[in-house]
Design a protein around this ligand. Structure first.
Ligand code: GDP
Ligand code: MG
Length: 311
């Protein structure tokens, strides 16, 4: 199936488009010609809207529950050799392929929806997740145990290594913080709180999470301000779409491995339950040190009984 070209001229201001192309070229330099981005999070946080913003078009329905998919949706775009201005004839015409996988919200009736997670996992069979965008909103004031359970569930299903390829994406970046807090301070508190949750949920050491998992701001609303080059900017002045793509590129290049979703990951033990290899050892231990001595005792008793009966 032929996929649409990205980033198209008509969908982005040229300054944004140039930066997106730079990121793709950077990825190509790292020998990444296919990039698979998985988007997960609670419902209504702006996952689908963020996908649309990255694509520069309304590829996926957003907003009302009725319009939301109950299954993952993959959108594929490619950057042609002409878009990237590559003259190398050895490079295929569609020199770079971007897959973005949007998913249904992971919470139902106030609890983690493990069923959806398993649907997502099966949907991904045969693919490698290069980046996980874990989406939440900036304009929330607290994290709770449910957030931690979501992270734990993702880690349980995909292995906690997925967070090495993770980016925390905060939508609604156009927020005006409460009086006493400046924007940067508010952002910093919200990201710290979420990173703590990721650390606790995925059982990763705090210091490993802090430096390693980037937190990026997103504003999908049409009210988003623009800079002199017509690029959508967040209150810190950053053109956020190319910034998100740049962060994705950095995460892909951080030396960690993508998460390969193979039959093993789907049918095998959940990857996070390490220590499972101990189970046969424990069984063996129990057999030799508990069951066998018991049997011997029983046998000696039985023998003694037989002897006494024979008397
Ligand atoms: P999803 O369920 O996570 O896919 O969330 P959607 O992308 O469908 O967004 C849910 C609602 O939030 C929609 O009405 C969006 O227009 C709105 N929304 C999403 N992102 C933003 C954002 O960054 N800022 C604002 N103001 N609204 C947003
Ligand atoms: Mg959605």
């Amino acid at each position: 199936m032929a996929s649409r070209d990205w980033p198209r001229i008509q969908d982005f201001p040229s300054a944004t488009r140039t930066k997106l192309i730079d990121s793709v070229k950077q990825l190509k330099k790292e020998n990444v010609s296919t990039l698979t981005v998985l988007v997960m999070g609670k419902g209504g946080v702006g996952k689908s809207s963020t996908v649309n913003s990255i694509l520069g078009e309304r590829a996926i329905a957003t907003g009302s529950i009725q319009l939301q998919e109950s299954r993952p949706v993959m959108v594929t775009r490619c950057s042609s050799r002409y878009t990237l201005n590559i003259s190398d004839a050895k490079d295929p015409v569609s020199a770079f392929t971007l897959h973005i996988i949007d998913t249904p919200g992971l919470v139902e009736a106030g609890a983690v929806n493990y069923h959806v997670l398993d649907i997502i996992k099966r949907y991904l069979l045969g693919r490698t997740i290069d980046v996980l965008l874990y989406v939440d909103r900036l304009d929330q004031y607290r994290v709770d145990s449910l957030d931690q359970q979501i992270v734990a569930a993702i880690s349980d299903r995909f292995g906690k290594e997925i967070w090495r390829r993770g980016i925390v994406v905060l939508t609604h970046a156009l927020l005006i913080p409460p009086d006493e807090l400046g924007y940067d301070e508010f952002f910093s508190r919200r990201s710290q709180a979420l990173l703590e949750v990721v650390g606790a949920g995925a059982k990763i050491k705090r210091q490993e999470v802090r430096g390693a998992i980037p937190v990026v701001l997103v504003e999908n609303s049409t009210r988003c301000s623009r800079n002199e080059n017509d690029e959508k900017i967040i209150p810190t002045g950053i053109a956020w779409i190319p910034n998100l793509m740049k962060t994705i590129t950095e995460v892909v290049s951080n030396g960690s491995k993508g998460i390969k979703v193979d039959k093993n990951l789907i049918d095998g033990p959940n990857p996070n339950q390490r220590g499972k290899w101990l189970i046969p050892l424990i069984a063996a231990f129990q057999y030799f040190f508990i069951v066998m001595p018991l049997q011997m005792l029983i046998e000696t008793d039985a023998e003694a009984e037989r002897k006494s009966l024979n008397k």
